[in-house]
Design a protein around this ligand. Sequence first.
Ligand code: ZN
Length: 315
Amino acid sequence: MGQMGDVVTEPERYAWPNDARAATVITFDLDAESGVLGDFPAAAARLGIMSHQIYGPRTGLPRLLRILDRRQITATFFVPGFTAERHPDAVRAIRDAGHEIAHHGYLHERVAGTTEPEEEGFLLRGIEVLERVAGVRPVGWRAPMWEVNYRTPALLARNGFLYDSSLMDADRPYLLAAGDAEDGATIVEVPVHWSLDDGEQYAWLPGIWEGTTIENPRKVLDMWTQEFDAVVGEGECFVLTNHPFLSGRPSRARALDGLLGHIKETPRVWITQAGELAAFVAGLELPAVRHEPPLPSGQSSGGQIIPGRPKGGYT
Ligand code: ZN
């Protein structure tokens, strides 16, 4: 079974479809202005910073869509509701090119430290905008900043979501308990990692994200290629997270294009979208993994959650 005491056991191995030896999902978070405004609302008054974010839908996205089209890869785009309101044509272009559109908050809110009604409000508002602007009812959610509450899977399940893509405890998707033990609700987790996120490589903005350096795309390509090759060797699932305002810039887009070429040339790799992958995993009848807060014995609740501002990480 998926659990042993309070400690989750090794992820369940299962075979990929069509004799594939590994799986790959290319994902993008179209954060645009909301990627800054969620944490720094006053930045709305700073055109320099806003223009850095607008580069994503305006300039980076068209370039990345051309690359995906040339490589014949359909990806998953996680889109905050506010981005869809500000840049409806960009979101419709993603949809029209056959990519999956998924949920990434309304204003890229961190859910840690929020109340349950507040958190569900972000969810409902984001759904409403994606339906109104793009005619899409998202089945996937990715937490802004990969900040997830223990109650989040249950909120996703009761609002009709099939999967989350924010946790880091496995190299392949798994079934995630989404509610209390009696109701038996589940969603699929499509796990991610900071090392496969371009935020840690390229995000730098004065007064906003100063804790990192801007990395050389050759280094980034080398690092991601190493991880992809090792993931394939292990028979696992490679999930890449990029942002059009970051990886849409020319030399970075070229590096990503090189990685996509390498992925396409690697035999027996299932290249799919997160929603399709989650639907496949949901049909496997895997035991569900239940995450609970790790608390010292005799303690029934954790300390207070202090929502922090970003120090270096960004997604
Ligand atoms: Zn984001």
